[in-house]
Ligand binder design. Structure first.
Ligand SMILES: [Zn+2]
Length: 285
């Protein structure tokens, strides 16, 4: 009941602020100051829905909606525009986290057939073991992870595969540097071993400010990752930090999805919620 009420209020807020958003959007295009949006999904499936599943119909509808309004680009292209300090059109990237086998039923073959770029982040331990994620086991619904073969097929088809730790650890709680390296660099090594190609991006599990740390940013930066992704919401404005890509959840509810994608004026500064500190400079001893 409370959820329905919230969704209705959000829908009203969205409609009430739409003229203001449209005006601001055309001004940003003229000034080449359109922020890049990076979306994250987990699992696209029609069976066993949970908080991180979107139905195949809704996923397809969202991507079609995006296609008519945005240029869908790779993470690298988005970063280049941030580095240039200029972007004159609505731009979105699509990513997936964790590595659920169900995504190979509809989402991945369809995106590939439609030539829509996306990045696929994988926690390698579960893929190697062929065992479900502990968070799904804890909820009584073990769901199969992707197999190594599925990942190889994706990489061969041109999908950018990214690292998402080995054990899906909360890196905000990891203070041991060797453990951090094992999760961040180790997961990249696992993927590069099976794929035979470079892995350039890393996504933090959970991705909220409390799950991030300067030490983890520094480690990824020094290990020559091309970029890292958080997941606490926020947009990526031109001239911002291209190494840290803020991501928005691909909410299944239309009102929430549209509200984020049309740049909610209340959320324009949410990207600054986390400051990764001076991670580009070596730590003083
Ligand atoms: Zn995850």
């Amino acid at each position: 009941m409370l959820d329905t009420c919230k969704t209705q209020l959000l829908g009203l807020y969205y409609l009430a602020t739409l003229p203001q958003r449209r005006h601001a959007a055309s001004r940003r295009c003229l000034q080449s100051q359109v922020p890049m949006i990076v979306l994250f999904y987990h699992r696209v499936a029609d069976k066993h829905p949970n908080g991180w599943t979107i139905s195949t119909t809704r996923f397809r509808a969202q991507i079609e909606w995006l296609r008519h309004r945005f240029e869908i680009v790779s993470l690298e292209t988005a970063q280049q525009r941030i580095e240039m300090g200029a972007n004159d059109r609505p731009t979105v990237c699509i990513t997936f986290d964790d590595g659920y086998a169900d995504n190979c039923q509809m989402a991945i073959p369809w995106l590939l057939a439609e030539k829509i770029p996306f990045t696929y982040f994988v926690s390698t331990l579960y893929m190697q073991l062929g065992k479900p994620f502990p968070h799904d086991v804890a909820r009584g619904r073990p769901l199969p992870p992707n197999t190594i073969e599925q990942l190889r097929d994706m990489a061969t088809a041109g999908v950018e595969i990214g690292a998402h730790t080995r054990s899906h650890a909360d890196l905000g709680a990891v203070h041991d540097k060797r453990k951090l390296a094992d999760e961040i660099i180790g997961s990249r090594e696992d993927l590069e071993d099976v794929l035979g190609q470079a892995v350039q991006y890393f996504a933090f599990p959970y991705g909220m400010p409390k799950n991030l740390s300067t030490a983890a940013f520094r480690l990824a930066y020094e290990a020559s990752f091309r970029g890292v992704c958080s997941a606490y919401g926020g947009y990526n404005g031109p001239a911002g930090d291209s190494f840290h890509l803020r991501r928005i959840h691909g909410y299944p509810e239309w009102s929430r999805f549209c509200n984020w994608l049309t740049l909610d004026p209340r959320k324009l500064s949410i990207g600054d919620l986390y400051n990764p500190g001076d991670y580009r400079n070596p730590k003083e001893l």
